[in-house]
Write a new protein. Structure first.
Length: 128
């Protein structure tokens, strides 16, 4: 794509965005900022709800799906106990890894971003 055409398309998209972000008829700039802040606040609660729901699901799965010592033989021997410990450790490690990959590395940064946006935009509104 030639640079002139790309620049034209970028300017056109920028103009469309400015038009969408401009206040509508009978709507002030402050009302528009409040509306955008409210949408960020709703997103914040959605991400927080997803973190809580996923955390509860992992804890529930951990309590209900964890291997039991009785699963490895009725009379518990040293070999069955070693197998139980290995299986239990593997199960816990898998769930910890899942929690870390989804909640800590994805949802927590998004939550932090939204918290900064919501409280930063509120601080900007109170100053102006």
């Amino acid at each position: 794509m030639p640079p002139e055409k790309e620049r034209y398309e970028t300017e056109e998209l920028e103009d469309q965005l400015q038009l969408k972000m401009s206040p509508g008829p009978g709507e002030s700039d402050l009302q528009l900022k409040a509306k955008i802040t409210w949408e960020g606040f709703k997103l914040l609660w959605a991400v927080l709800g997803a973190i809580i729901a996923l955390s509860l699901a992992i804890v529930l799965f951990w309590t209900l799906g964890a291997p039991r010592a009785s699963d490895f033989g009725s009379p518990i021997t040293a070999d069955s106990l070693a197998l139980y410990q290995k299986a239990s450790e593997s199960f816990s490690q898998h769930l910890t890894s899942l929690f870390e990959q989804v909640v800590v590395k994805v949802l927590l940064p998004v939550l932090t971003l939204l918290l900064g946006y919501v409280f930063g935009s509120r601080a900007g509104q109170s100053e102006s």
